[in-house]
Structures are given as C-alpha cells and as structure tokens.
Design a protein. Structure first.
Length: 314
C-alpha cells in the first residue's frame, strides 16, 4: 500500500466514522442503546478475531517480552506528569482526578489500532493489542483506586467499590483469549492460511468504524468551551513530553524499528473514552474529561498523527 492510499485509508477509517457518528446526533431513530451495542460488538467480536489472527503470525522474540513493561509506561508516564501538575493547576479534587485520568488513559484500542496498522500492518496491530491489554491492567489496578481517592477527598466518603477480578475476567476481555490462542498456534509452528490475511484487514477496518462511530455520536462541542484553553498543557504531556520519555526508554531495550515506531504512535494517542467512563463512575469532573477527549482527539487526528505518519511511513 503506497503513501497516497494509506492517507486515503486514514481519512476513510478515522475521520469519516467520527463525522458520521456526530451527524447521527441530529437523528432520532437510533439512540444511545444502538451505539452502546455497536461498542459491545466491537469488544466481543471484532477485537477477539483480529487478536487471534494477528498473533498467529507474530514471532515471539526477546524484545517482545519488554512490551508489557513499555505498555504500562504508556499510561504511567503521562499519568505521573499530570499528577504532579494537577495539584498545582486545579483546587477542585474532581478536576484534579479527571485531569490525571485524561492523561493516563489513551485511546490505544480503536485509534491506536488503525494508526499502527496503516504503517506497520498486522505486526504493528499485534503490538497494539498487547499494549491495550496492559492499559486495562493499569486502569483497574491504578487508575480506579486513584480516582476513588480523589472522590474521597472531594466528598469525604468512600468511592464505589470495583471488583478488579470480575473486570479482568469479564467477557469484555475476550481479546485476551484471541491473543493466547494465536500465540499457541504461532509457538506450535502451525502456519496461518493465506486467506486469513484478507479477513484480518476487513475486521480491522470494521473495528475502526464500529469503534469510532459511537465516539463521534458522544461528542458535544459545548463541553469544550469551559476547558479549551486549560488543556494545552495536557496536550503537551500527551503529544510531546510523555512520548519523548517512553521512546527514550524503549530505545534502550528494543531495537526493532516496527516495535519502536508502534510504541511511539501509541504513546501519543489522545484521551480515551475510558477516561470519561472513569470520571462518571467516581463522580469526577465529567465536563473536563469530555473536553480532554474531544480536544486531544482533534489535535491528534489533524496534526500529531499526520506528522508521525510522514516521519515513520516515509
């Protein structure tokens, strides 16, 4: 696939579904339930299938074993930077918590997946699946307890209890099953039939649309206004400071250009919907979370990824 075709795919798979989703806000036949089911279909069907097929052809190398550590760093590094800044930036604990969650949780799943696939193909997508898996570990083991702490400070009461075990082993983690099955076939030396290469590409594009249309539907431009100017430092953390640190650390232990490039892209992904979900769950500043999600997504799609695309794909 040449650069012009990749740019066309970028526009079709990343920009068009967001626009279509946003346009759906102005119709009344399809409501929240329809788009929630679309997200669920993405999690329960598309992600497991693509994980299985991608890991079936993914060679397990020594460098591959560093991915879990680097994947944790994808959330921990920007989160630590935001944690230091949040207490100095906001007096309200709800805003502090929402700010840290917005920095810690990146959109590795939908946006990260299609972005690394456009440059590095199935191998890059497999790296992204590992990173996404450990992003969930970070969310359950670190972000949720920290969000609960901010809620406790804000209201002087305990946050909602969350069962880590139930979430780690819920049906929403079916992609892990795909990763394990694909890895087993790879280690067993069983070749993947060539026909599955086309199937993988179809499901990756399908995943981009079913993941991003609900995102576009959830966008409310009015939410940006209050926090627009206050989120430029968050953008600096997510798109410059954190990627520089993560790329530098990765370069010390990883030599594969594909893996390094994939980690660089994933380290610069915008705020995830999960940050908004976390803010809602623990009664943090929902407006700040939504604004961070919208602002960073727009900046990533219009400036950050096009720049990374020409640097890495050129």
């Amino acid at each position: 696939m040449d650069i012009k075709m990749k740019l066309l795919v970028f526009a079709v798979d990343l920009i068009c579904p967001l626009i279509l989703g946003y346009a759906c806000r102005y119709q009344k036949k399809l409501g929240d339930n329809f788009f929630n089911k679309m997200i669920l279909n993405n999690i329960l069907v598309v992600c497991p299938v693509v994980s299985f097929l991608s890991f079936w052809v993914m060679p397990i190398t020594r460098e591959f074993l560093w991915l879990p550590f680097m994947s944790i760093a994808l959330g921990f590094v920007p989160g630590a930077m935001a944690y230091w800044l949040a207490g100095r930036k906001y007096k309200d604990y709800r805003e502090q918590g929402a700010y840290v969650m917005a920095a810690s949780l990146g959109n590795l799943g939908t946006i990260g997946g299609i972005c690394v696939f456009l440059i590095y193909g199935e191998r890059g997508y497999a790296y992204q699946q590992i990173a996404t898996l450990f992003q969930y570990v970070l969310m359950f083991m670190f972000c949720y307890p920290l969000a609960r702490r901010y809620e406790t400070k804000a209201e002087g009461k305990s946050g909602q209890k969350v069962s880590v075990i139930s979430m780690l082993f819920s049906k929403k983690q079916l992609a892990v099953v795909g990763i394990l099955l694909g890895g087993v076939l790879q280690c067993a030396g069983i070749p993947r039939p060539e026909v599955f290469s086309g199937v993988t590409q179809i499901f990756i594009h399908l995943g981009a649309w079913t993941g991003l249309i609900p995102v576009g539907y959830s966008i409310e431009i009015s939410k940006i206004k209050k926090y627009w100017t206050s989120l430029f430092d968050l953008s600096f953390i997510k798109f410059a400071a954190a990627p520089a640190v993560i790329y530098g650390l990765s370069h010390l232990v990883i030599k594969s250009p594909d893996m390094l490039g994939s980690l660089l892209i994933l380290s610069a992904t915008p705020t995830a919907v999960n940050a908004v979900v976390t803010a809602r769950l623990y009664k943090l500043s929902l407006d700040l979370s939504v604004a961070a999600f919208i602002v960073t997504t727009i900046i990533f799609l219009t400036m950050v990824y096009p720049f990374l695309f020409f640097v890495l794909a050129g």
